[in-house]
Design a protein around this ligand. Structure first.
Ligand SMILES: *Cc1c(COP(=O)(O)O)cnc(C)c1O
Length: 313
C-alpha cells in the first residue's frame, strides 16, 4: 500500500526557546507529527495506518466511521481512504446538517474537505449518535451500505494504539517527560507503551471527566503516566480569549501553529506549569504536536459568531 508503505515515518524534533522555559531551567522540544502528512496529519495518520492495512487485507472495499461535524478524524479518514483506494462512509452527529447539505458544506470546511475526498455522509440525531455502537444500529447500517470495516469514533482501537507506538523512536530516549493531548486516550496509550522506564508521560485532556483514566488503562499496562486535568478550557471544543491569544503569540514567536481543540491547550498547560515551578530544573520535555490544524477554521467560525478575537492562520 503506497501511502503507508514506509514502515518508519519520522517527524522532526523542534527545540523551543522562550524566557519562561529559561527561567524554569527546563527544555522543551516539539515533535512535529503535524508535519508527517499534509492531509492526514499527526496522530490520525498513526491511528489509521494499521487499520487501513487490515481493512485491505481482509478484502474490504469500504470503511465506516463516526464523528462530529468538525472532527479531525473524519477529515483524516476521508483523505486516507481516498489515497489507499477505500471508500469511506462518515456517520456524522447532527441530523440538522442534512437539511441543506449544500449550505452545510459551504459553511463547514471539515465536511467540505471530507466530501471532496469522496466520503459519503449519513447524518444522525444526537440521540441516535449516542447509541451508534449498538449491534442493532450497525446492522441497520449494513443493510443500508453493505459490508464495511468499522473504525470507532476518534479512531481508537488496538490497531490504532499499535500505530501510535511508532510516534516515539529510539532517539527520544533522552527526554524525561513526554506530553501529549488526549481525546479518547488512544494516542497517549501508544506513546506510553513505547516509553522507557525512566520516562513519564503527561496527558492533557481536551475535555472534562475522570473516565479517561479507565479508557487509557484498557490499552496500556504501564503506569508511568498521568493526566493533567486543569487545562481543558471548559470542555471539548471550547476555548477562551486567553487561549486564543496564547496560540496566536506562540505562532508569532515560534512559527508553529497550534490547534485550539488539542495542542494549543497542551502547550498552554506546559508553559503554565513551567511558570508555576511544577517541573524540576533540567527536566527535558518532549511535547507531541498531534496536528489537528484543519480544525482552526471551524473554531474561528464559532469565535466570529461570538465576536471574539480569531486564531490567526
Ligand atoms: C484526535 C486528536 C487528539 C486526541 O487523540 P486521542 O487518541 O483520541 O486521545 C489529539 N490531538 C489532535 C490534534 C487530534 O486530532
Amino acid at each position: 500500500m503506497q501511502f503507508f508503505s514506509s514502515e518508519t515515518i519520522f517527524s522532526e524534533n523542534h527545540p523551543i526557546t522562550h524566557p519562561i522555559l529559561d527561567k524554569a531551567g527546563i527544555s522543551l522540544v516539539i515533535k512535529r507529527e503535524d508535519q508527517i502528512h499534509s492531509e492526514v496529519s499527526g496522530n490520525k495518520f498513526r491511528k489509521l495506518k494499521y487499520n487501513l492495512i487490515e481493512a485491505k487485507k481482509q478484502g474490504f472495499t469500504t470503511i465506516l466511521t463516526f464523528g462530529g461535524a468538525y472532527s479531525n478524524h473524519i477529515a483524516a479518514t476521508a483523505a486516507a481512504g481516498k489515497m489507499v483506494g477505500l471508500q469511506t462512509i462518515g456517520i456524522i452527529r447532527g441530523d440538522e446538517l442534512a437539511k441543506d447539505l449544500e449550505k452545510t458544506l459551504s459553511e463547514n470546511d471539515t465536511l467540505k474537505f471530507a466530501s471532496s475526498s469522496g466520503m459519503h455522509f449519513k447524518f444522525i440525531t444526537r440521540e441516535a449518535y449516542r447509541d451508534k455502537t449498538s449491534t442493532a444500529f450497525i446492522e441497520q447500517l449494513r443493510d443500508e451500505f453493505g459490508e464495511f470495516y468499522v473504525i470507532p469514533e476518534g479512531g481508537t482501537n488496538a490497531l490504532a494504539i499499535k500505530g501510535c507506538e511508532e510516534i516515539l523512536t529510539d532517539t527520544d530516549v533522552g527526554y524525561d517527560v513526554i506530553c501529549c493531548a488526549v481525546g479518547t486516550g488512544g494516542t497517549i496509550a501508544g506513546i506510553v507503551n513505547s516509553t522507557h522506564e525512566h520516562q513519564k508521560v503527561l496527558g492533557f485532556p481536551a475535555l472534562k471527566g475522570d473516565f479517561l483514566f479507565e479508557e487509557i488503562r484498557k490499552y496500556t499496562v504501564k503506569t508511568n503516566w498521568d493526566l493533567v486535568q486543569e487545562y481543558h478550557f471548559g470542555g471539548y471544543g471550547k476555548i477562551n480569549q486567553e487561549g486564543v491569544a496564547f496560540i496566536n503569540t506562540f505562532k508569532d514567536q515560534q512559527h508553529i501553529a497550534l490547534d485550539p481543540v488539542y495542542t494549543g491547550k497542551m502547550i498552554f498547560g506546559i508553559f503554565d506549569m513551567a511558570q508555576n515551578g511544577v517541573f524540576p530544573k533540567n527536566t527535558r520535555i518532549l511535547a507531541v504536536h498531534t496536528g489537528g490544524l484543519q480544525g482552526i477554521d471551524g473554531m474561528n467560525k464559532k469565535l466570529k459568531k461570538k465576536r471574539l478575537p480569531l486564531i490567526t492562520i
